[in-house]
Design a protein around this ligand. Structure first.
Ligand code: KG4
Ligand code: ZN
Length: 340
């Protein structure tokens, strides 16, 4: 079954064709980073407009890249939430129009269900159930993945997401927006033990919850006290700041894996592209005997191949969205089961 995935929840317009939820035939992403960079953050109205401009060219490029026509597509999967409402609507409308015009089955996909499905693309997938650390610009959660599209949330951030911590730190250090990847790069030349930034909620008593808002305040105080770092000092600050985020994520993930007795752990979302996090989790996995599954960096950040992969499992189960499918800005994780 060839599924067309469409994604426009934030500042990436993406289309992809994926066979049987596993084999990527094409994967096209048009980023709007340059549109939003001058404002230091995503401007929702500008995002919506750029999606409108990009959605058809991106769709065409996905079909061309796979070397197939729409007649070979068996179903359409579109991100229907959570995200920026005006942005989401673009892919939702495009998906509905295609489904209606071509008589194709349609499903709506939760954006994080998409991130969780990235690990199944062109790789050895983790077995069910497994533990997942979801770390993106908008979310930071530890979940048990029971089955495709069925998760139990164990804990989440109380304030900022890990990606937000990276972006706000990078912005404060003058590294531009979105700065997570830049901070990662600069940190490579720095010493992570140079400065001791706070490890928010690392105590065992805080369970699977996270907090990152104190960290950016600590960085602000650091810059006020020592001045804006440049050269080696900048690399050292970046490495130390990043180490604080990574240590918390790795510590909480390995504790949860042990407690839940899960031998396979996946990490997904934009921050999963982070070099130090990938290395830290692999080292923890080697010590604690759990297998770490992480998509290649380009599949950690927003893309539509992951949406097609998640949509495949819904379509294969016979699920169909009606043409009144709507975009939703806030949306709980799919079939999340609350645990006391
Ligand atoms: O999943 P994603 O593309 O969009 C959301 O669903 O939010 O995640 C974007 C986030 C941004 O905060 C970005 O700075 C961060 O992922 N990110 C990184 C890296 N690459 C992207 N953070 C740290 N290191 C990276 N290499
Ligand atoms: Zn995302």
């Amino acid at each position: 079954m060839i599924v067309l995935g469409l994604e426009s929840s934030c500042d990436e317009t993406a289309a992809a064709l994926v066979e049987d939820g596993r084999r990527v035939l094409s994967d096209v992403v048009a980023s709007q980073h340059e549109v939003h960079a001058p404002y230091g953050g995503v401007v929702p109205e500008l995002a919506s407009r750029a999606h409108v401009v990009n959605v058809i060219p991106v769709l065409r490029a996905a079909l061309d890249g796979a070397g197939i026509g729409l007649d070979r597509v068996d179903g359409v999967a579109v991100t229907c939430g959570p995200g920026l409402i005006g942005a989401l609507l673009v892919a939702v409308q495009a998906g509905k129009a295609l489904a209606w015009a071509r008589g194709l089955p349609l499903v709506g996909v939760h954006h994080l269900e998409g991130h969780l499905a990235a690990v199944y693309l062109d790789s050895d997938p983790p077995p069910m159930p497994h533990l997942a650390l979801i770390v993106s610009g908008g979310h930071t959660s530890l979940v048990r993945v029971e089955d495709h599209g069925v998760v139990t949330e164990l804990g989440r951030t109380r304030d900022d997401a890990a990606g937000e911590a990276f972006d706000k730190g990078a912005k404060l250090l003058g590294l531009g927006y979105p700065g997570g990847a830049v901070l990662d790069r600069v940190a490579r030349d720095g010493d992570p033990r140079s400065f001791n930034f706070p490890r928010g909620m690392i105590a065992r008593s805080t369970g699977d919850e996270f907090s990152f808002s104190g960290l950016k305040t600590a960085l602000l105080h650091h810059v006020r006290a020592h001045g804006m770092p440049v050269g080696q000092a900048l690399a050292d600050v970046c490495a130390s700041y990043q180490a604080a985020i990574v240590e918390v994520l790795v510590t909480k993930t390995r504790r949860a894996a042990r407690r839940e007795a899960l031998g396979h752990v996946q990490v997904c979302g934009g921050v999963a592209a982070n070099g130090a996090l990938r290395a830290g989790l692999r080292a923890a996995g080697a010590e604690d005997s759990f297998v770490v599954h992480v998509p290649p960096p380009g599949r950690c950040t927003d893309n539509a191949a992951m949406i097609a992969a998640a949509g495949y499992h819904r379509l294969a189960r016979g699920e169909r969205a009606a043409l009144d499918l709507n975009a939703t800005a806030t949306m709980p994780l799919p079939r999340a089961v609350a645990r006391a």
